[in-house]
Design a binder for this molecule. Structure first.
Ligand code: FAQ
Length: 336
């Protein structure tokens, strides 16, 4: 349904002029030239401080989203309706944990530490994707998260495979392949339910009704209210704007909803011949900001679960470090 070959401009932000900077002119000119040539910036390369900070912000938020994103679906592992669905769900949730680890590692190459990033998450200072602050009320929610949440994540992340920062771009290639599997398994689980009983079909429709608008908000505020977009596009971090990705997601999803046999809960959703896109209704941005700022239905629960998991895992980290120290000492003794 979504592919790695998603068409992305070869010339990120070329139309945008370099932003005025107080960084050393010669280094800045070399950096701008590399960005203009669609080259990659690697950890050992000089980069402006603002570029580094933007990447730490975006990559760490992304990593936090992956690991907090394990929680709504993780809640259903013990209640999956069959062994097959349980095995798929365990694999999926594990994949999300792996994505968090690649992303934390990519952010660490920018000089920030895992502890700093986790402190920011646990103290409520760091953001993570709004979508994971909503509850998963029935089994169909798990399918809808695969179909729509992973679907939206892929739409946003395929262009990031060509992000100007090498470690982030490379991490995204594998993440997107795994997210494609997640999206398909969710859609397939829903197709099976739609062929089942009236009650199962009603569960799917209920889940779609609750998740549709929240998924559209995942792409971030409208371009006009997105403070980070212009600079992110100029630097080739973001390749496609929030609104354009949202539109691509809607255009791709409407036909899938038809095949599935569900109604997307938007009376304004209509094909616009002139634009060649679907028109859609108003997203509730007040509700989005409430959730982003910590007041969504599950924010407190998600954070306290994460903090508890981190504290409970302290002994594992200590044991791993002690083992590594022992191995190092043994290797040094053997070498002596
Ligand atoms: N939720 O100026 P912009 C997944 C914040 S992974 C919360 O437009 P930007 C996998 C934004 O941070 C999903 N906050 O910002 C999975 C900024 O705040 P700041 C996560 C949001 O960075 C599936 C402020 O609003 N994906 O789902 C959201 O240019 C299933 C202004 O916004 C990524 O993180 C939001 N939805 O664009 C796991 C992808 N939207 O930092 C488990 C990488 C915006 O200035 C199960 N990230 N904000 O204080 C990105 O592409 C970008 O960071 C955007 C935001 C597009 C999210």
């Amino acid at each position: 349904m979504y592919t790695q070959s998603f068409s992305v401009s070869d010339e990120p932000g070329k139309a945008l002029k370099p932003v005025a900077s107080t960084e050393p002119a010669e280094l800045m000119a070399r950096f701008d030239a590399r960005i203009d040539a669609d080259g990659r910036i690697e950890p050992q390369d000089w980069m402006p401080e603002a570029y580094r900070k933007t990447l730490v912000r975006q990559i760490s938020q992304h990593a936090h989203s992956e690991i907090v994103g394990m929680l709504p679906e993780g809640n259903w592992i013990s209640r999956a309706p069959s062994l097959k669905r349980k095995a798929i769900l365990i694999a999926k949730v594990q994949d999300e944990g792996g994505h968090g680890l690649y992303l934390y590692s990519a952010a660490e190459t920018l000089g920030t530490s895992r502890d700093q990033m986790l402190d920011a998450l646990h103290s409520g200072k760091a953001k993570y994707s709004s979508i994971f602050n909503y509850p998963t009320l029935n089994w169909a929610d798990v399918g809808v998260i695969g179909w729509l949440v992973d679907g939206a994540a892929i739409m946003n992340q395929v262009p990031l495979c060509r992000c100007s920062y090498g470690p982030y771009a490379r991490a995204m290639v594998r993440v997107c392949k795994e997210e494609s599997f997640h999206q398909r398994q969710g859609y397939e689980a829903l197709l099976v339910m739609m062929k089942g009983t009236d009650e199962q079909r009603a569960m799917v429709q209920d889940a779609v009704n609750r998740y549709w608008w929240k998924c559209l908000a995942m792409f971030g505020p409208p371009d006009a209210d997105s403070p980070n977009s212009v600079q992110g596009m100029r630097w080739g971090i973001k390749r496609i704007s929030n609104d354009d990705l949202r539109q691509k997601f809607i255009d791709a999803t409407v036909p899938q909803a038809k095949v599935l046999g569900v109604t997307l809960p938007d009376p304004d959703l209509k094909w616009n011949e002139e634009r060649g896109h679907y028109d859609y209704g108003q997203i509730d941005w007040d509700e989005f900001w409430q959730t982003v700022n910590g007041n969504g239905p599950c924010n407190k629960e998600r954070l306290s679960t994460r903090v508890k998991a981190h504290n409970d895992g302290q002994w594992v980290r200590e044991a791993a470090l002690a083992h590594a120290r022992k191995q190092q000492q043994r290797a040094m003794k053997e070498a002596a």
